[in-house]
Design a protein around this ligand. Structure first.
Ligand SMILES: NC(=O)C1=CN([C@@H]2O[C@H](COP(=O)(O)OP(=O)(O)OC[C@H]3O[C@@H](n4cnc5c(N)ncnc54)[C@H](OP(=O)(O)O)[C@@H]3O)[C@@H](O)[C@H]2O)C=CC1
Ligand SMILES: O=C(CO)COP(=O)(O)O
Length: 345
């Protein structure tokens, strides 16, 4: 059994800690808020973020130095906007090189980097090949209840992914491996854009046909962007692609779907984010994907529509009208037409 640190004390960090504790690991759960660490250790609950009992193998820490001391793996479950900051803090206290597995879903606007690229850029003594990602259809609320869940872990070298698979796999949490890091990370990040759209559609009362269309045409544009960056198109039919897209577009657990639903009902983005109180990664990822699509001339009409709703105050109804009246075309793309060999892999 291993000593592992989980960094990020929200709903997903808590659920993954429960999986690790169930597997007998000694889990050091790090939060940047001292009062949260104290409350968790005193009550065995993480009240704000997940309705679940915290097993006794999990100890909450406030001091990063103590949380990572002597661990064999660090699991990073930080909202993507805070990843660079936490990596910088880690550099100051990390004296050894435990395996790093991240489970965050996003793309950085501006740099357009995936999270493994951001982590390897910031962390001293780590290269891109050293980073592993865990992704898939996995709402924390269900994982915390030990309901059957499947995810994929991926790293450029299969040995890191296999290490992560062994760490997490159990009878209610099945873990596959993949070496398509680009596809796995992009699938998890980009589905949040489409989930915002599905929530908007439901908020407008547009029904199941519209949502199914969004999921399917959303998958087409995710695949287009992913293939342009060197991902295997097949990855997007797997758990971190279609699997995560379906669960996020259809589950009321999804923060992205819920945020979209409120937008569809007429709330403003600021009000929505304030009411959510949890990270809605799709907002930031929409900005990044929109930038990428424009720079690389990738056709992403749903992402474009979402961008206009989120950042240019367009009315959801008008955007749907524009999507429905686009120039007529064939359904299937030639994915190879979008390959971009300049992208840093
Ligand atoms: N929830 C889920 O089911 C899943 C989530 N994910 C991904 O996991 C990542 C984390 O999401 P999730 O756990 O749901 O988010 P939550 O909103 O539930 O929690 C975010 C946590 O991060 C903490 N945090 C925020 N800023 C910082 C910082 N600068 N330094 C340290 N900690 C910080 C928050 O602290 P504070 O309380 O102070 O705000 C909070 O504990 C996201 O990328 C998400 O897409 C992936 C799969 C499933
Ligand atoms: O990624 C997730 C489930 O796999 C969580 O999605 P939300 O961030 O929309 O809740």
């Amino acid at each position: 059994m291993s000593k592992v640190a989980v960094l990020g004390a929200g709903s997903w960090g808590t659920a993954l800690s429960i999986v690790l504790a169930d597997n007998g690991h000694d889990v050091r759960f790090w939060t940047h808020r001292k009062e949260q660490a104290n409350e968790m250790n005193a009550t065995n609950r993480n009240k704000k973020y997940l309705d679940a009992d915290i097993p006794k193998q999990i100890t909450a820490y406030h001091e990063l130095e103590n949380a990572i001391d002597d661990v064999s793996a660090i699991i990073m479950v930080i909202p993507t906007k805070a990843i660079r900051e936490v990596c910088n803090d880690l550099n100051k206290v990390l004296k050894h090189t435990p395996v790093i597995i991240h489970a965050s879903k996003g793309i950085e606007p501006g740099s357009l980097k995936r999270i493994s690229q951001v982590i390897s850029e910031e962390m001293d003594n780590y290269d891109y090949e050293d980073i592993t990602v865990l992704s898939g259809p996995s709402h924390a609320e269900e994982v915390g209840k030990r309901l059957p869940t499947t995810v994929t872990v991926s790293s450029v070298t299969s040995s890191n992914a296999e290490f992560a698979q062994d760490l997490f796999i159990n009878e209610s949490f099945r873990v596959y491996t993949s070496t398509d890091m680009i596809g796995i990370e992009l699938g998890g990040a980009l589905k949040n854009i489409i989930a915002l759209g599905a929530g908007i559609s439901d908020g407008l009362g547009y029904g199941d046909n519209a949502k199914s269309a969004l999921i399917t045409r959303g998958l087409a544009e995710i695949t287009r962007l992913g293939a342009s960056l060197g991902a295997s198109p097949l990855t997007f039919l797997g758990l971190p692609g279609a699997g995560d897209l379906i669960v996020t577009c259809t589950s009321p657990h999804s923060r992205n779907w819920r945020a979209g639903n409120m937008l569809g009902k007429g709330y403003k983005l600021d009000e929505v984010l304030e009411q959510m109180g949890m990270v809605v990664e799709g907002v930031r990822t929409t900005k990044a994907a929109h930038q990428f699509a424009n720079e690389q001339q990738i056709e992403m009409p749903i992402t474009e529509g979402l961008y206009q709703i989120l950042f240019n105050d367009e009315k959801p109804k008008d955007v749907v009208e524009q999507l429905m009246s686009r120039t007529k075309r064939e359904e299937m793309d030639d994915i190879s037409a979008f390959k971009n060999t300049d992208y840093p892999q």
